[in-house]
Ligand binder design. Sequence first.
Ligand code: PMP
Length: 378
Amino acid sequence: MTPAAAHIARTLLPYTPASGRVYNFSAGPACMPESVLEQLREELIDCQGGGIGLLEISHRGALYARLNDAAHDACRKASGASSDYEVFFMPGGATVQFGLLPLNFIPESGTAAYIDTSIWSQKAYAEALRCRDVTLAFDGRAIKYAKVPAKGEFTEPAGAKYLFYCQNNTVEGTTFWEPPTTTLPLIGDATSDIFSRPWDISKHAMVLAAGQKNLGAAGASLIIARKDFLASATKRLPQILRFEDHALAHSNLNTPPTFAVRVMGLMAEWTLSVGGPVALAKHNAMKANLLWGAVDASKGFYSWHAEKACRSHMNVCFRAPSPALDARFVAEAEEQGLFGLLGHREAGGMRASIYNGFPAKGCEILAQFMGDFAARHG
Ligand code: PMP
């Protein structure tokens, strides 16, 4: 373990969950750092000494203005976005943003392109197809989402208003290690990898991330978008559906999801306090390698069809030799205090989601359990 990773493991991610809590491998909503949960517990009763709880303060008051500013500042800093970009919050999770993208950026007779590497990029494509004539730049279904495309393995349709991709594929356990190279305005879905590693925002027109993983609370999204791209959106839309209007209103156009914004702010501040995406990337690699290592050491007992080069550090997916053994694995793991390991309903098998706030000790215990289970049932 590097000194930075050891520091995070020792001081900020306690080795064992607080009394009564379990190791929660859930894909999202997901495990959060307990220090953030404790601060939220305090703020729910009395937010920063004002005598009013976090859920009760006015979104137009001075205290919320401070919390809102702090959330914007911390997210901007953790993302590394330059002043060419707006950093702001939108109501709704990632699927809401999937629906708003075509309405904002594709004229009625226009098109955009989607790299389909996952259930979520397929969903983004399908939502856009309901209202615009979009195309697939890469069809991952044909290879059962076994990998993400390399340079030259996807097309760039002429006239496309943007190219969409999903940075980390939560369900399939695959990831892009670099943003795709393109001349089109690039839009990344960072819902399951935001702040987990350094990521070059300047290669993107927009990055969007729903809150329920590395940002904490479901129901709102962080948007990082280039100002000129935002301004290119049609004005013939209700304000509440326009990304640019939310950015210009500093994420306070109507009553915003104040709780989710505060949680995202605290998660971004926690991210910075542990050394930011650079330190977390090392810590996350160490955690993921414990689990992928257990898959490989099982000599075929555990399998997964995704290519090794694309293995995610956020979602480790694997299956036992039969669905009956998968079910047994999940049940026995729960007896050991390891929860949330059932794979996505469309993918089956097991999935260990180990976002930024998940403690390394839980990965050590799961890796050990995987070895024991394979020895007993192999
Ligand atoms: N994109 C990715 C990468 C996801 O993992 C998910 C699921 N959390 C979504 C989009 C959908 O998010 P939401 O349920 O917030 O719409």
